[in-house]
Design a protein around this ligand. Structure first.
Ligand SMILES: *[C@@H]1O[C@H](CO)[C@@H](O)[C@H](O)[C@H]1NC(C)=O
Ligand SMILES: *[C@@H]1O[C@H](CO)[C@@H](O)[C@H](O)[C@H]1NC(C)=O
Ligand SMILES: *[C@@H]1O[C@H](CO)[C@@H](O)[C@H](O)[C@H]1NC(C)=O
Length: 370
């Protein structure tokens, strides 16, 4: 028989390697069967404990390093001013949206999220550092992975409504002199200003805080999204923006250098991303035949199929079906904020129920650490 050292076997045939571990015959003398163990030593639904350090970057307004085993990621937050006059057709402000809602208005979160997205005030960017992963060599173009992650982060930020618009708006009123000048200069734009309900004399939005979220993977060993989202959450929770106001005379925004007067970002809820993989050994060509009989008995989904949590890099290669849930239990009952399922056809309702049960446990774990 052909026999290979374990690392070579793992690299050549990750699926067979994973299967060989999951179905490894346990000591037969024991009456109680031990559950199957993955090559990384974890049980099928055992996740790596996240480790978080906040405020690690001195020149960011908020930052965090998150480690999930050998996946390590840094997120740095920087607030930058975006002047309202540089935005051609600004969407309705949070105040305006509140007014439209009536006298006792619950702020319409959908419209507010639309304004926030249109303004593009949340800007995630992802980079993989050289050497973070064997496939990521120096000098290669930005990977599809980095772009996909950045898009998913933006979607998740928008769909969870994590950051409210009102705290990013900086209001002020123009001085009478500047207003007169402007009225003489540009009639057309003044007309439009009236349309927006920001009549002269009243307060209007002078600028916005744009929140740049820079994410750098130091090393990558699977489950990149959960780690990146954890880092974003931890960094945003750690973010303070300086006190900023509109100075009528100088016609510009001024920021207070006094950190005492800065305020932290308020986040809605505590969404956490929990990702899973389904390993379907029956869909794989076999390299080993020693374990055929054990599959059915050991698999946590039956018939040679496993639901695995927090995949590492080689498991991601072996699992063709993945599920990623963004859940939030901050308001009491667990809420499913976003669900993504890619590939395969094993996950049915029963599997999804299991996924949500495990996601709730995992949410509690992240909550404790965040
Ligand atoms: C935070 O952001 C402001 C504006 O971008 C900047 O002036 C300030 O130095 C930043 N840093 C810290 C540590 O607050
Ligand atoms: C950010 O993290 C640092 C260090 O852990 C902490 O001292 C600081 O209070 C945090 N800031 C916020 C707004 O949570
Ligand atoms: C696996 O091994 C058994 C004997 O142990 C044999 O009967 C069977 O045909 C083998 N299956 C495959 C797919 O090679």
């Amino acid at each position: 028989a052909l026999s290979l050292p374990a690392p070579i076997f793992a690299a050549l045939a990750p699926s067979s390697f994973l299967l060989a571990h999951l179905t490894q015959p346990q000591s037969s003398t024991k009456k109680r069967k031990r559950p199957s163990v993955r090559p990384n030593g974890r049980l099928a639904t055992e996740s790596r404990v996240p480790v978080i350090n906040t405020n690690s970057l001195a020149h960011a307004n908020g930052s965090a390093v998150v480690r999930l085993g050998d996946t390590a990621v840094v997120a740095g937050i920087k607030g930058e001013l975006l002047y309202a006059k540089d935005i051609p057709n600004p969407p309705p402000s949070s105040k305006r949206l509140r007014e439209v809602g009536g006298s006792a208005p619950p702020l319409d979160e959908d419209d507010e999220a639309k304004s926030l997205a249109e303004l593009g005030l949340l800007v995630p960017n992802v980079e993989l550092s050289t050497g973070s992963h064997p496939a990521h060599l120096p000098g290669t173009a930005p990977t599809a992975l980095a772009q996909t992650l950045a898009e998913r982060l933006l979607e998740t930020l928008q769909e969870t409504r994590l950051v409210s618009l009102d705290q990013l708006e900086i209001w002020g009123s123009r001085s009478t002199m500047a207003r007169d000048e402007e009225e003489m200069d540009v009639d057309a734009s003044e007309e439009q200003r009236d349309d927006d309900g920001d009549e002269t004399g009243k307060e209007s939005i002078m600028a916005y805080w744009a929140i740049y979220i820079d994410i750098l993977f130091i090393s990558l060993d699977g489950n990149a999204f959960d780690a990146a989202w954890g880092a974003v959450m931890a960094a945003l929770k750690n973010t303070t923006l300086p006190h900023a106001w509109w100075d009528e005379e100088r016609e510009m925004i001024l920021c207070d250098a006094d950190l005492e007067r800065s305020r932290s970002l308020t986040l809605r809820g505590l969404p956490v991303s929990v990702s899973f993989g389904i390993f379907d050994s029956t869909a794989e060509p076999r390299m080993t035949n020693s374990t055929a009989g054990a599959d059915a008995a050991e698999a946590n989904l039956g018939s040679g199929r496993w639901l695995l949590t927090d995949l590492d890099d080689s498991e991601e290669t072996a699992c063709k079906e993945s599920i990623s849930a963004v859940v939030d239990g901050a308001s009491g009952a667990l809420q499913l904020r976003k669900l993504q399922k890619v590939g395969g056809g094993v996950a049915d309702l029963a599997v999804m129920e299991e996924v949500l049960k495990l996601a709730e446990q995992r949410w509690k774990e992240w909550k404790r650490i965040l």
